[in-house]
Design a protein around this ligand. Structure first.
Ligand SMILES: [Zn+2]
Length: 137
């Protein structure tokens, strides 16, 4: 019984820590992020020069206003699934716009078919991609 209570406290501490980290995370600018569908394995990988908080608000508005060209809205409309906005993860940070776009394309490729926006990523020619990788960009 005592062990269970201790375990419970620890879980509570971990939750508080996650919450603190989460609040810092949504204030970051120039990040790559991934939102997660609540009902399936699909996610959305994106990048923004703005604060993540502002970008998330835009996504929520897109869904609320049922914007047809927005893939997150399409996923929700077509599947009846919901997106868990609190589950947004920061994948990386990059201030340089073009480099941020290139890295976004790589993050999307790594996730492959689990990403709603696989087909709308920036297409990087193989030679350029190799050069960027060799420069560790
Ligand atoms: Zn889904």
């Amino acid at each position: 019984m005592k062990r269970e209570a201790t375990g419970g406290d620890k879980r509570e501490e971990e939750k508080n820590e996650e919450r603190r980290r989460g609040e810092g995370r949504i204030e970051k600018k120039g990040v790559h992020y991934r939102t997660q569908c609540s009902d399936c394995e699909m996610g959305y990988v994106g990048e923004t020069r703005k604060r993540l908080r502002e970008r998330m608000k835009q996504h929520k508005d897109d869904v609320r206003l049922q914007r047809d060209r927005i893939v997150i809205y399409k996923h929700i409309r077509d599947t009846g699934n919901l997106v868990d906005w609190s589950e947004v993860k920061v994948l990386g940070q990059e201030d340089r716009r073009t480099v941020r776009k290139c890295k976004e394309a790589r993050f999307i490729e790594v996730e492959g078919k689990k990403v709603m926006n696989l087909n709308s990523r920036l297409k990087i020619a193989e030679q350029w991609d190799r050069l960027l990788r060799s420069l560790k960009i």
